[in-house]
Design a protein around this ligand. Structure first.
Ligand code: NDP
Length: 327
């Protein structure tokens, strides 16, 4: 049966993404076929499309989705035909009406979550799960600790604001406009700084009484790197997990010496390397949503054929929160 999928022959601008007919094979060992209801939009899709994170071409795009299991390959024991499911996974290929993919990345979607929420929360929510719960400095995060979270009004950011508040953390948000700052505050950030207008490192020093924060979560990269290091307290942890403004230039290790800083550059896909790890992280995420501490709101909806527009809006910093492509 023929399906529709977004494909690109080479990296480039939004125009390289085209809708094409594809024929799906039956799922092989360890695989399932999923009929999508929604596909998540993530900034990593921009890196893939633009070539900032190169993919072998031709390729599909998209790392997150939700839908219904349509066929199950041999050796898959945790899923059955008809299950409502969601996933965050490699390889790329979620922007499609249906796909065949490794079952170990896929979890059952609880009834209290809609398909749209499932597609909007897996990659972003599991990222926040590992950032706040697994990427800890030497003595862990404690209630009352200050953390700095850049791009806090984005998809990952709004989940982080809510989850950090639930953990009792004082999240200092940065965002690119006053409206975005207000949004981060409404989602639980303790403070918000418009880093287009203000020197965020100076403001962080003021807010923390000169001490600095325990952890910086930096997905912006080139434009925030220096200020992020300056915002850390001694023995603080720099978590560089993205580069929306461009890659961080090569650094001298001596840049960490003055405050004996720790540095990590994590990837969610290392955390999601087994079905057991994925399920444990998803259970933690589902529970924080079920409890009401974190709400998953879909801010931006597009049809699959509007994928170019979706990328243009995301890339030009016009979006807030999570977005999905509806199939
Ligand atoms: P967002 O919705 O947060 O969009 C990216 C945001 O980055 C923009 O909205 C913008 O917010 C900010 N930004 C700052 N400078 C620029 C710039 N020059 N161009 C474009 N945007 C800029 O995306 P996601 O929620 O999908 O992802 C957030 C980040 O987390 C991304 O960098 C992503 O790659 C990273 N990530 C990393 C993972 C990992 O495991 N390493 C996993 C998942 C996501 P503002 O206008 O407020 O500055």
């Amino acid at each position: 049966m023929s399906e529709l999928a977004v494909r690109m022959a080479q990296a480039g601008g939004p125009e390289v993404m085209v809708l094409a007919s594809v024929v799906l094979a039956d799922p092989g060992p360890g695989e399932v076929r999923i009929r999508h209801v929604a596909c998540g939009l993530n900034y990593i899709d921009i890196y893939h499309r633009s070539g900032a994170y190169p993919l072998p071409t031709p390729t599909g795009l998209g790392m997150e989705g939700s839908g219904v299991v349509e066929a199950v390959g041999p050796e898959v024991t945790h899923l059955a035909v008809g299950d409502r499911v969601a996933y965050a996974s490699q390889p790329a290929g979620a922007y499609a009406t249906a796909r065949v993919m490794p079952a170990r990345c896929v979890v059952r979607l609880p009834e209290f979550l809609s398909f749209e929420q499932g597609a909007a929360m897996m990659l972003k929510g599991l990222t926040v799960q590992y950032l706040l719960r697994k990427t800890l400095p030497q003595d862990g995060l404690q209630s009352g600790d200050f953390i700095l979270f850049h791009a806090a009004a984005g998809g990952v950011g709004l989940i982080a604001c809510q989850w950090a508040k639930a953990l009792g953390l004082q999240l200092i948000a940065t965002a690119g406009s006053d409206d975005k700052c207000a949004l981060a505050l409404r989602h639980g950030a303790a403070f918000a700084i418009n880093y287009q207008r203000e020197n965020f490192a100076d403001r962080v020093r003021e807010i923390t009484g000169g001490a600095g924060v325990k952890v910086v979560y930096d997905s912006v990269g080139a434009t925030t790197w220096e200020g992020s290091l300056a915002s850390l307290r001694p023995f603080g942890l720099m978590v560089s997990f993205g580069s929306a403004s461009g890659a961080v230039p090569p650094i001298a290790l001596s840049a960490l010496a003055g405050k004996a800083l720790y540095l990590t550059r994590p990837s969610i896909f290392v955390h999601l390397s087994s079905q057991a790890a994925t399920q444990a992280m998803a259970d933690d995420l589902f529970e924080v949503v079920r409890s009401g501490a974190v709400s998953i709101e879909v801010e931006n909806r597009y049809a699959l054929k509007e994928v170019q527009q979706a990328h243009r809006e995301m890339e030009s910093r016009r979006t807030t929160g999570s977005g999905v492509l509806l199939v």
